[in-house]
Design a binder for this molecule. Structure first.
Ligand SMILES: [Zn+2]
Length: 260
């Protein structure tokens, strides 16, 4: 990274001067993910001090790579521009600006990572572990799944889809889930996330893949956004309820009435 241009200061979670001081002259070691966040492991310019650039794309954030000499139209809503060695650019683009970029030293990165729940596709995320964690909460299961401190990386679309697959009503208090439903939910979370990753995500509106294409999972959604549509299992119309500020979609016949 040669130079950083911060065009929208509200996107930066770190004071702009610190952000630039960390980033300018630094190189990317590797790119990973924790929950819904991209984690770029960086190496500082002078002494090679390791740090991380953590990016949450929010609702409509995108990272666009522009090679040197790219003459295509420049992106409409650039928020942060990283000018790279060799003339290329990495542009953080965000129309709605709910995204955040921040730098963390290894210690802060560790603290932050430990504050998040397990990765649902990791080996450490087990059915008995999920059952234990659910037993400690009376939150509606859909809200529990969205809480990044409980399990990291599940959003509203995949929470609703997994609950449908597991035949659990979204408003069911977490601790009242019978063991066989909690086991079913564990499997459903993993299978729904794997399917969605294979399809390269769900595009309802803003989301695009790293190559600028729409994800392929939207046509496969079973309940999310399908209010009034027929349940694929029993043909009962899919219902929508709102709680915790978010819509929940479910089949009242396959998933029961819960407590709403
Ligand atoms: Zn049904």
């Amino acid at each position: 990274v040669r130079r950083v241009e911060i065009l929208r200061a509200d996107l930066i979670g770190t004071p702009a001067r610190d952000f630039r001081r960390f980033m300018e002259g630094a190189g990317v070691d590797r790119v990973g993910r924790r929950g819904k966040n991209l984690v770029l492991r960086m190496r500082g310019p002078r002494d090679g001090t390791p740090f991380a650039l953590v990016i949450n794309l929010g609702m409509s954030g995108r990272l666009l790579m522009r090679e040197a000499g790219d003459r295509s139209r420049s992106p409409s809503h650039p928020g942060v521009r990283f000018r790279l060695e060799g003339g290329g650019q990495l542009v953080y683009h965000d129309i709605r600006r709910f995204g955040r970029l921040g730098v963390m030293d290894p210690e802060a990165l560790g603290r932050w990572s430990r504050s998040l729940g397990p990765e649902p596709l990791a080996r450490a995320f087990t059915a008995p572990g999920l059952a234990d964690a659910l037993a400690r909460s009376s939150a509606p299961i859909r809200s529990w799944l969205l809480d990044q401190r409980k399990v990291a990386g599940v959003g509203n679309i995949y929470a609703n889809e997994a609950l449908f697959v597991a035949r659990v009503h979204p408003a069911t208090p977490a601790r009242t889930l019978p063991p066989e439903r909690s086991r079913a939910l564990h499997g459903a979370l993993r299978s729904v996330l794997r399917e969605a990753i294979r399809a390269r995500g769900t595009t309802l509106r803003d989301y695009r893949t790293a190559h600028g294409l729409e994800g392929g999972y939207a046509p496969k959604l079973r309940v999310y956004g399908r209010e009034g549509g027929a349940c694929a299992r029993c043909r009962t119309p899919v219902r929508r309820v709102a709680f915790g500020g978010r819509s929940a979609y479910f089949c009242p016949s396959c998933q029961g009435e819960g407590t709403t």
